[in-house]
Design a protein around this ligand. Structure first.
Ligand SMILES: [Zn+2]
Length: 299
């Protein structure tokens, strides 16, 4: 994976066993249509982040995204931004830390979101985290240094001094399932805290197509050449501000595997029916590996 100082998206930690990818929340509906004038209604979800922690409400043995009514001091004038809606319920980002000493409100690591019983709330929390980071890093104009303001008609920040407009950014990254007949190439990432083997992944660099990113990352990380690079699906991965773009590719398994020993510490070919521990299907990596396990290289 190319470095560029971006958050390491391969740090998948434990999670409950969802049967689909994290962003697939049907029958719930996530709407990010921008409505700058949305009312801060009592049932609105409120998101606040403290570094890499998210504010949650401890409801007995369950954790949930808090509502406006859960935090008494929240008024309509609180410094906040409308983010998006879940099933028509608006979600707001709080820019100022609210009082949380009532015992019910606690900060948890953002990866804890994946253990929420309500998967749609996990998605709202994760996506809010991506946007919260963007707001926090763009308080000042990168061009002239003046304080930015929210644009009224779209999700953007604008500089009142030089009119620079800043839109939310997403880092495109490829993730590739390399197959050879009945085998798939899986690798252990140096950042994994468990025994998982997963797919090769990396960020697109400026000036290359996604197919070129696939070929380059595979060559850099495991030293082999791939052919027949085919798009599969994509998955927004807000924990690292990425868009994961999945590809299947083929390779001759007789090529020597040479790991970079930085990001990848171990890699090898594994046969269908005998795959090692790998990420669950809530990530696109898990879904692609499971699809190969079930259907072979042409899902
Ligand atoms: Zn400016």
């Amino acid at each position: 994976m190319a470095s560029s100082g971006k958050t390491h998206f391969c740090l998948y930690l434990g999670s409950i066993n969802y049967l689909s990818m994290l962003h697939e929340i049907l029958p719930h509906r996530f709407s990010n249509h921008f409505e700058g004038s949305t009312t801060f209604a009592p049932n609105s979800f409120v998101l606040h982040f403290n570094e890499n922690q998210v504010l949650l409400k401890n409801n007995g043995d369950k954790f949930e995204i808090p509502r406006k009514t859960d935090i008494k001091e929240l008024s309509s004038s609180w410094h906040k931004s409308y983010l998006f809606a879940l099933d028509n319920t608006p979600c707001f980002l709080l820019h100022k830390k609210p009082e949380t000493n009532n015992g019910q409100l606690v900060y948890k690591d953002i990866y804890f979101l994946r253990s929420l019983e309500h998967k749609e709330q996990a998605w709202v929390g994760a996506t809010g985290y991506h946007l919260a980071g963007w707001y926090a890093r763009n308080k000042y104009c990168g061009n002239c240094g003046s304080a930015t303001r929210e644009k009224a008609d779209e999700r953007a920040l604008v500089c009142p001094a030089c009119n620079t407009i800043v839109y939310p950014n997403i880092a495109p990254a490829v993730i590739v399932a390399i197959t050879s007949g009945n085998k798939i190439l899986l690798a252990r990432n140096a950042g994994f805290r468990n025994n998982w083997y997963s797919l090769i992944a990396g960020y697109a660099e400026i000036g290359e197509s996604l197919e070129e990113t696939v070929a380059r990352e595979v060559k850099e990380e495991v030293g082999i050449d791939v052919t027949n690079i085919k798009y599969y699906k994509s998955q927004p991965w807000p924990f690292s501000g990425s868009m994961m773009i999945g590809f299947f590719a083929q390779a001759n398994e007789n090529q020597p595997i040479i790991t970079d020993n930085k990001e990848i510490t171990e890699a090898g070919w594994f046969t269908r029916g005998n795959l090692p521990e790998h990420p669950p299907v809530l990530s696109i990596a898990g879904e692609m590996i499971e699809n190969f396990e079930k259907y072979g290289s042409n899902p």
